[in-house]
Design a protein around this ligand. Structure first.
Ligand SMILES: [Zn+2]
Length: 74
């Protein structure tokens, strides 16, 4: 068995626990940012008639252009 000081053991334990928390926080935050980006990207529409770009967060397959009234689909 390796002789180790109690304060060093506690310090190593806290350091490793903090490292695990930091890794968990970074991976969770990066997943959330990726998911939010994809959600925002799916709400972007471009009209096929007037090429106006707009955001419609309600429509999924069909969306009406706010500028010319053209019905756009995915
Ligand atoms: Zn349009």
């Amino acid at each position: 068995m390796i002789p180790i000081d109690l304060s060093l053991a506690i310090g190593l334990y806290l350091f490793l626990a903090l490292g695990v928390l930091v890794v968990f926080w970074v991976t969770t935050d990066s997943r959330r940012r990726t998911r939010d980006f994809h959600l925002e990207e799916s709400h972007h529409w471009q009209c096929g008639l007037c090429f106006h770009r707009y955001v419609d967060s309600v429509a999924e397959r069909f969306s009406r252009c706010p500028r010319c009234g053209n019905l756009n689909h995915r």
